[in-house]
Ligand binder design. Structure first.
Ligand code: HEM
Length: 347
């Protein structure tokens, strides 16, 4: 009995220590399925219950800050969802994107995809400050990004997913990694597939995760080429529906106006639904990278766009699954990395 109690105590200390134990032999198959090979999650050691004892209120705190932030600025949900993506595609989901310039850090915030575009840092700071009050030194910034992405999706009307946790924070950032690994909006479909494959994600993940563009906005700079000079032709992208094209030219003139914004899904810009896919079907996807999912006649992506446009449930299920997969890209676990006290600086 005494021995049993002792073992339980050790188990509790172990679970609340805030450290993921690197566990090559474990197979925490916590989320529905894993990839086709069942491989990628095997050595991760991320588990949904990671903060069960060390910070049980973590999700409540994240959600209360998100509710206020999104009520004040509905676009914030989109911005936070994107922040997690831009984090994970650069040296894994390790909160490298949150680091400011310092003596040892060249911030990713100045990269081409991020500059004048990525946002939401103050909301992450606020969540982190509240968590440091409640559970000092326990919840990583990388997990906050993953929780904020899920919470933002849910608060916008999208799906919930069981989220593996236990990521730790990097002590480095990579400006070049951010420039190289995040796909640009004028990508061809083949390029998009390559960017995603490079992260262990497939065509299904690409189409489902592109569905994030059901919320949020893009700057004129990100779609101007389609309006005036698609493929160096001096002509608009012929896949653009005519009325939609006309509307866009008034927001995004040929010269200037680079920071004017337009919704990625004008049908329901703050609602996480499947209208993004319906719009693509009508030639009303905003970015080149949106429309090529349909227009480049890749049988797989075309079928996926159609099925998500027809059935929101299929999209939501796949989106949830692909978000878990993206959130599992190269996490730091065990004694790697650290739990930052302030998400903008290494300890
Ligand atoms: C498939 C390749 C992708 C490309 C080429 C791409 C590109 C872009 C671009 C250019 C913008 C607008 C930025 C600006 O003009 O300031 C944007 C916005 C956005 N992206 Fe993506 N994206 C991709 C995939 C993703 C993924 C995988 C996610 C999330 C999982 C995502 C979430 C978002 C969101 C939510 C916004 C709106 C942000 C806001 O309003 O602040 N994107 N994306």
């Amino acid at each position: 009995m005494v021995l049993l109690r002792g073992l339980c105590t050790i188990a509790l200390i172990f679970l609340s220590s805030g450290l993921t134990v690197a566990s090559p032999g474990f197979n925490f198959n916590w989320f529905n399925g894993g990839d086709e090979n069942g491989e990628s999650e095997e050595q991760l050691g991320l588990i949904p219950e990671f903060y069960q004892y060390s910070c049980p209120q973590v999700n409540d705190i994240v959600m209360s800050v998100l509710e206020q932030a999104i009520a004040k600025d509905p676009r914030m949900a989109a911005s936070l969802l994107r922040l997690h993506f831009h984090d994970c595609f650069v040296q894994g989901c390790d909160a490298s994107i949150l680091l400011d310039d310092s003596e040892t850090i060249i911030s990713e915030k100045q990269s081409i995809p991020n500059k004048n575009s990525i946002r939401g840092f103050e909301v992450i700071d606020e969540i982190k400050a509240k968590l440091e009050e409640a559970c000092p030194g326990v919840v990583s910034c990388a997990d906050i990004l993953a929780l904020a992405a899920r919470g933002s999706t849910v608060l916008s009307g999208g799906p919930y997913w069981v989220l593996p946790l236990g990521r730790r924070d990097s002590k480095t950032a990579s400006l070049s990694g951010s420039n190289i690994n995040i796909p640009p909006p004028n990508s061809t479909l083949q390029n998009l597939i390559s960017f995603f494959n490079h992260q262990g994600l497939d065509e299904i993940d690409l189409v489902a995760l592109s569905g994030s563009h059901t919320i949020g906005v893009a700057r004129c700079l990100s779609f101007k080429q389609r309006l005036y000079n698609q493929n160096g032709s001096n002509q608009p992208d012929e896949t653009l529906e005519r009325n939609y094209y006309n509307g866009l030219t008034s927001v995004c003139p040929k010269s200037g106006g680079d920071n004017n914004i337009s919704p990625l899904d004008f049908a329901s810009p703050a609602m996480f639904d499947n209208s993004y896919f319906k719009l693509i079907m009508g030639g009303k996807g905003l970015l080149n990278s949106d429309e090529v999912l349909l227009s480049e006649n890749n049988w797989n992506t075309v079928q996926l766009v159609k099925s998500y446009a027809e059935d929101e449930g299929i999209f939501f299920n796949q989106f949830a699954y692909s978000m878990v997969k993206m959130g599992n890209i190269g996490p730091l676990t065990g004694y790697n990395g650290e739990v930052r006290m302030n998400c903008r600086r290494v300890n």
